[in-house]
Structure formats: structure tokens, C-alpha cells
Ligand binder design. Sequence first.
Ligand SMILES: C[S@@+](CC[C@H](N)C(=O)[O-])C[C@H]1O[C@@H](n2cnc3c(N)ncnc32)[C@H](O)[C@@H]1O
Length: 406
Amino acid sequence: MRLHRTLVFATIDSLNLIFNDDKMASKVLKDTLKRDKRWGSRDRAFIAETTYDIVRWKRLYAEIAEVKEPYKREDLFRMFAVWATMKGIKLPDWPQFEGTPTRRIKGRFDEASKTRKVRESIPDWLDELGEKELGKKWDKELAALNQLADVVLRVNPMKAKIEDVENALSDLDIRTERIKGYPFALKLVERANVFTSDAFKNGWFEVQDASSQKVAAMLDPQPGQRIVDACAGAGGKSLHIASLMENTGQVLSLDIYQNKLNELKRRARRNGIHNIETRVIDSTKVIKKLIGKADKVLLDSPCTGLGVLKRNPDTKWKMNPDFLAEITKTQAEILDSYSRMVKPGGDLVYATCSILPSENEKQVKAFLKRESGKDFEFVKEEKILPSKSGFDGFYIALLKKKTIED
Ligand SMILES: C[S@@+](CC[C@H](N)C(=O)[O-])C[C@H]1O[C@@H](n2cnc3c(N)ncnc32)[C@H](O)[C@@H]1O
């Protein structure tokens, strides 16, 4: 592989914004990739994949390159040189790479790999937290969370059948595979930009990880029901739920951010979905008005996002040790307050994209012991571990609200 100056420079610029200006990787890349219209899909893929790789392995590469934060521009080039050397890519004779000790890099890699937190490239506090919460399982999960995420699609049954999407993408030379046990999922055999396809523009599918597709399945929405998706965000789960209800009944999608709900509405239009109504939670009244009104409530709760590190590797650098305490408090408040929307005999699904017991099963157990949870009983839960599923880490619990006679 030959390295192109503009692409390497765009990668270095992106890393500078992510590491030194605390910008989110996804947002930085979105902007960077708009910079030059002449870039083809391979050029864009190079910038995005290389940037994400170096973000994922930041601690390991920094240790090998012997650079410390805040990274100067030449430090970022040294980290890039480590990335290229580890991939077996020959460095060009640019001044930025002068004197790179290519042979020593491999030796330093072996040395650095002896310590888990350096080998797996994770901050000390997060490594300690993972071990405290997951014990021996942490080793395997941490390694799995450093694997590149697959691109998984969810076919929208309101617009297309799974074979329609397979054929449409195959016409564009994009190969897909079905995933056993996930009726609407298609996995891309190789990464590709599917967003420019007509099939996507016409709402035939959304990009949604396989584990995330299990959340609506656990909720088991039925046509005609009234379902509240209380932390709906941009609507990944709302769209799935609404499509399973075949555009009947009502999905009420709530969030504290109006801009996310606006995006949800745009996606619903593209998906041909008409049974979603959005409401921003701007006061406690929004929830109060809905007490006892929903057949089912989904709490796809805000969380540390530790289950989706393979997709968002910058989370591990942006999170801080206080965040877990803050977020578990919010999760408990959400459970206490929003569970009141479930009608007697109705269902409550609590989900996170985390693998930490304190955000998951411990949170549910504590809720069931509190006054607010006394009318609910535990039905089942699924703990999806990245090492076992190969997809994102998720937790999903189903609780039932007792009927008045109970
Ligand atoms: C895990 S994300 C939801 C993802 C979304 N359900 C999807 O499938 O695309 C959690 C969401 O909870 C929202 N949120 C945070 N605090 C909240 C609160 N107190 N009440 C309701 N939503 C909240 C966030 O804005 C975020 O969109």
C-alpha cells in the first residue's frame, strides 16, 4: 500500500481534533470527509479506518512511540508511523517520518504487550473498574471490544423484504450475509458505504447492530398497542418497534433532546412509518400525563456505552471515573419515574449498551426492591457479551407490572 500525503494529513488533522480538542471521533470524521470532493470511497475509508484504529490503540501506540499527551503534531506522526509499521506498510521518505526506528517498534510492541492495560489500550481506572465488575470475564470482553465492529443492517419490513435488500446491494457489488436468530439482520461481508444506495435512501433498511435489534424483539410489540420509547434518541429502536406494529397503534417517542427527536422524524419519513409521535421531556408533566397509559414502555437508558467500545473507541478516553456514579443515579431515576407509565398488566423493558452489572442486573434488582418497583415482577433478562455474540454488548430485562387483582 502507498501512503498518500493528503490522506495521511487529513488523518493527522482528525486525530489532533479528537485527542487535543476533545471532539467526538464520529463528528470529526463526518466533517473531515467532506473536505475534498475528489476523494473516492477507498480514500474516505482509509481516513476513517486509520483514524479509528489509532484512536482505539492510542495508549499502546503512544507508549511504543514514546510520546505523551498533549500530543504535538510530530507526536501524532510518530503514532501514525507505529500504526503503519504494525500493518507492514512502508513509510514514505517524508520529513515527518525521518529517523523512524522501524525495527525497534516491533520490539517495543512485544514489550508493551506484556501488560494488559497497555496491550488492550485502556486507561488504568477503566481497566480496574472492568475487573472489579466482571472479574475473570473482563479479559475476554476487553479483547473482544477492541475488534473492529461488523456493519449490520436491519431490513425495514414496511418497505422491503430481506431478499429485496440482498439483491439491491448485490447489484452494487456489496455482499451480505444473513445472521441466524436475527430475522431482519444482514451483515456486510466487507465494509462498504451503504448510505449512498437507493435502497437506503428509499428506507429499505437502517444500519443497526444485531444486539440492538434484540431490544425491540424482547419488547414484542403488537399491532394496535400504545408503546412508549422513553429514551428514544434518534429512534433506532422506535423505528424497529413501529415497523413490527405494522404502522398501527402508537409509538410515543420521548427524549430530553429535541434535535434527536427531529432526526427520528426524518428517519421515520424515510422508513414510511406513520405511527410514531414524538414529545420532548421538558418538564415532569410530560411523564405525569402518561401514568398508567402505556401497554409497554421501553427504557433504552443512557449508559457508559462500554458495550459498544468497538464502534465508539473514543468513549474510553472521553469518559472519567465519576461518570459511572452519575449515570447509575440517572438510570435509577429513569426506572423510578418512567416505569409509572406502564399500565397494570403491561410490560417494561430496561436496556443498556453496557456490560457492567452495576448498570444492568444490579440496577434492575435494586429497582424491584424499591417502592417504585414493588408492582413489577422480573420475567427474564439477556446479557449479550461481545466475546460470545461477536456483536455489541447489551443488557435487556423484561419486567411485568402486576394487574390490579394480583
Ligand atoms: C442509549 S441512548 C438511546 C438510543 C435510542 N433508543 C436508539 O435506539 O437509537 C439514550 C438516550 O437517552 C436520552 N436521555 C438521557 N437522559 C434522559 C432522561 N432523563 N430522560 C429521557 N431520555 C434521556 C439521551 O438523550 C439518549 O438519546
